[in-house]
Every structure is written in structure tokens, then in C-alpha cells.
Design a protein around this ligand. Structure first.
Ligand SMILES: *Cc1c(COP(=O)(O)O)cnc(C)c1O
Length: 380
């Protein structure tokens, strides 16, 4: 006879999550139309209807990435899965790899490079700084790296790393350039083809205004060539682009069951980007960030990163002397329903991290947060 163990189970109610105003480093708020798309009926992952959805997602991703790369798709996993896809497919054991790390996410890439057997050199900078092309060129000449990785929008520090012009230097050494665009895609200028970037990846939960779950990625012909000429198999079955390209391409070979609802959401999120216009969307992020920075200034609060290379999508605000970091964040959440984040690593206890990404980047959210901060800090 079948039997189950009787546990003293409490009553489980269906979920009624609070409607938070998400102004941290991600997830940002999902657009209501994205959530609506995600509750539509499931179809199979090889249903002709779904294959058409995938094709449209690829076309829209090419627009958002500003590329004509044929190998452009969304990895089933968050931004970290897309990061690991980039590293796993480009790095072979023994390859010299240069990682530029001026924050946490650069260091995460470096850890992955070690996992895949790359001979790692880390070019470091204090958290909040950016690299000059000259210093990267210098490091490249010493190391002759086959793969170079850099983060365009370092969410742990709020620094905006310029990447234009870098690919030429990397290509001159016969290498490929990986760019982390998790907190930049759809939120600030990124030109994959014009800037000749080789592997660029992102996530859905930051400036694209979708829930976490998918990792858009694109590979230049140079990167695809490197992939196809590997001496060794990719040491990760799930993220091997040789397999993924057969599912996304004409062959339609089963690889894994695509997370159907997440794809519906991304489809709607990308439609929203097109409706708004990519350049206007970049401008909106910049405009709302400007509003926020002006308000901080009026309230006597300081930003950690100079305005010249400050990210519009994520601002690090210095915590004033004598102010209790955790208490302020708790009051924002409890009394104002607003989520922001603390700093970590080198910036732990020194900054708050405030995101204005995707559907969260709106003037009313800026006003709400500035007002709340003023009330809380004024009363301290
Ligand atoms: C958030 C983030 C990631 C990781 O994305 P997840 O969706 O959290 O897995 C990688 N790089 C940067 C720069 C990020 O901001």
C-alpha cells in the first residue's frame, strides 16, 4: 500500500507578494505587459509557433545588441549563465586570458576562467575606477592574451567602462574580446558591430525590464570561428554553443526544454524596446539618472563615481558619516516599499547601490526615493 509520512504541516496559502519598487542592482521591475505575456498558454519547445517566437527573439536581440551576428540567442539561465557561456566557449585549457577587474563581476569572470583552465592574468583597478585603453594595451603586449574580458557596466561599483576602440587592440594580438553588458544592454549605448566586439552577453532582469531567467548573448564571426576551431570540447554540456546553435538554428535539434514562459516575457520586453526606440531608451535612462543625481546633490549626498564615467543604470551613493546603512535600507523597505542595495567587497558599508533600470527607470520612482531618503536621513 502506498503511504506518505504524516507531517505536522502548516497551512500553505497561495502567494501574494508585495508590490515592491525595485531600485536595487536587479532584478528591476518587470513591465506589466511582460508579466501578462508570461501567463499565456504553454506550447511545446519544438512547436512551430514557438520556433517562430524564437526566431523573432533573435531578430529583436540583434537590434538591441546593434549587430548582424547570426549566432545571437538567449541562454536558459540568468546573466551568470550567459557569462559562463562566454568563458566556457572561448577559453581552452592553457589559453592566456586577460581579465580587467575593477569590481566584483570582473573577478567573477576571472574565477570562471580558472574553472575552464585558462592561464589567468588579472588587470586590477580600485572599485569605482575605469581602465584606460593604454593600460590595457600595455598588459596585452606583455601577455599576448587570446581572450580578453571586460565589464562595460560594473554593477558592484557604478562605473561605466568605455569599450569602444578596445577590440582593435585585442584583434591585433589575434585575440577575442568578451564584454559583460548585463547592466548596460537596453539601458546605455552599446554597439556590438561598430565597436567590433566579439562576445557580448547580458541578462533579462536589468535594463530589459523582464524577470531574471534568460541570458542574451551574441558572437561575432571571429568568435564563432574560434569556437569551431577549438582543439578541445567545451567543458560544459548545457552551455556549449555548438549544441545551442543547433537548437536555435535551422536544424532545430532538441537540446533542453526551453523555459517557454520566460521566452514569452523576453519577446514582449524586446517589443517594448523597439516601440520606445533604442536610442530614446538610452536617453530615458540617462535623463532619469540626471534627475536622481541632481536630487542627491540638493540633499547633500555624494556619488562614489565621478560623473564622467558614472553609470546611468546604477548609481553608488556614499553613505554619509554616522548613518546606519542597514537601518536606512530596512526603513526604505518597511515604510516606503523601496528596495535598494548595500555595497559589497571594497565598498561594503561605504555606498548604497541604486538601480534605475528598464521599467524601474521612471521620474516618479526617482522622486519617491529622493523624498524617502530625505525623510529618513533628515530624521536621523
Ligand atoms: C547582475 C550581473 C551579472 C549576473 O547576472 P545574474 O542575472 O545575477 O546571474 C553579471 N554581470 C553584471 C555586470 C551584473 O550586473
Amino acid at each position: 500500500m502506498n503511504s506518505t509520512t504524516q507531517l505536522a504541516l502548516p497551512q500553505f496559502e497561495s502567494l501574494v507578494p508585495p508590490e515592491r519598487i525595485l531600485l536595487g542592482p536587479g532584478p528591476s521591475m518587470a513591465h506589466p505587459r511582460v508579466l501578462e505575456a508570461m501567463r499565456q498558454p504553454l506550447v511545446g519547445h519544438l512547436d512551430p509557433y514557438f520556433l517562430e517566437v524564437m526566431d523573432q527573439i533573435q531578430d529583436m536581440l540583434r537590434y538591441v545588441f546593434q549587430t548582424s551576428n547570426s549566432l545571437t540567442l538567449a541562454v536558459s539561465g540568468t546573466g551568470t549563465a550567459a557569462m559562463e557561456t562566454a568563458v566556457a566557449n572561448m577559453v581552452e585549457p592553457g589559453d592566456p586570458v586577460l581579465v580587467c577587474a575593477n569590481g566584483y563581476f570582473g573577478l567573477r569572470i576571472a574565477e570562471m576562467v580558472k574553472c575552464y583552465g585558462g592561464i589567468l592574468t588579472i588587470l586590477e583597478r580600485p572599485w569605482g575606477d575605469v581602465f584606460t585603453l593604454d593600460e590595457i594595451e600595455h598588459a596585452l603586449q606583455e601577455r599576448r592574451a587570446k581572450v580578453v574580458a571586460i565589464v562595460q557596466a560594473e554593477t558592484s561599483t557604478g562605473a561605466h567602462q568605455p569599450v569602444e576602440g578596445l577590440a582593435k587592440l585585442v584583434h591585433a594580438q589575434g585575440g577575442v574580446l568578451i564584454v559583460d553588458a548585463v547592466t548596460s544592454l537596453g539601458g546605455l549605448p552599446l554597439q556590438v558591430d561598430d565597436w567590433e566586439l566579439d562576445v557580448v552577453y547580458s541578462g533579462t532582469q536589468k535594463c530589459l525590464g523582464c524577470p531574471p531567467g534568460l541570458g542574451p548573448i551574441t558572437l561575432s564571426p571571429r568568435a564563432v570561428e574560434r569556437l569551431h576551431k577549438r582543439r578541445t570540447p567545451v567543458a560544459n554540456w548545457y552551455l556549449d554553443l555548438n549544441g545551442l546553435e543547433k537548437y536555435w538554428g535551422a536544424d532545430r535539434v532538441y537540446h533542453h526544454t526551453a523555459p517557454i514562459s520566460a521566452f514569452y516575457g523576453l519577446h514582449e520586453g524586446l517589443r517594448l524596446v523597439i516601440e520606445e526606440g533604442l536610442a530614446l531608451r538610452w536617453e530615458r535612462h540617462r535623463h532619469n539618472a540626471d534627475l536622481f543625481w541632481q536630487g542627491l546633490d540638493r540633499n547633500g549626498l555624494e556619488c562614489h563615481v565621478p560623473v564622467d564615467y558614472r553609470l546611468p543604470s546604477l548609481t553608488t551613493v556614499r553613505i554619509p558619516n554616522g548613518v546606519d546603512d542597514i537601518q536606512v535600507r530596512k526603513r526604505l523597505l518597511d515604510e516606503y516599499n523601496i528596495e535598494i542595495a548595500g555595497g559589497f567587497g571594497e565598498l561594503k558599508g561605504i555606498v548604497w547601490r541604486i538601480g534605475l533600470m528598464g521599467h524601474s527607470s521612471r521620474p516618479e520612482n526617482v522622486e519617491l526615493l529622493l523624498g524617502a531618503l530625505k525623510e529618513i536621513l533628515g530624521a536621523d
